[in-house]
Design a protein around this ligand. Sequence first.
Ligand code: THU
Length: 165
Amino acid sequence: MMISKNISFSLTEYKSVEELNKEDEELVTAAKKAAETAYAPYSKFKVGAAVRLDNSVIVKGSNIENAAFPSGICAERNALSNTASNYPDSKPVAIAVVAFTEDGITKEPVSPCGNCRQVIAEEEFRNNINIRVILCGANKIQVIEKGGDLLPLQFSRNYLKISSR
Ligand code: THU
């Protein structure tokens, strides 16, 4: 018997960064700063990400491209890898993302690619925590309380039949 299912999630939209709480606003500012370190000579699309840890430390990351295109890495994964490597005893609680074209900050918020969504979901799992995702564009800011919501039917360790961490 066929069953149709509907998967949905909620997000909150804001018109400007001033409407965010102070911590999120600070995280967006850090993400903008991070975008300045992007190395994007091929796409000219500079992305900045900033991760807030549960000890309030902010860790930044930007996209670093490569002449061998697939060797490049997104800002979100760079920031989360930095976090996991350098602060193994802290948990990521939020990530802000912002992108710039040659015309400046994008009008619409930029949403993480599938690879990055998968990595956000894994960080949520291993830290047993929800990661708040703050996507910032000039005209709109979107806040998603649980990053894994961005990747329904995500691949998970359950498929690997691994029970211990
Ligand atoms: N990129 C990111 O860093 N994060 C995203 O969320 C989307 C895409 C990077 C990858 C590449 O360097 C450039 O943006 C264009 O795709």
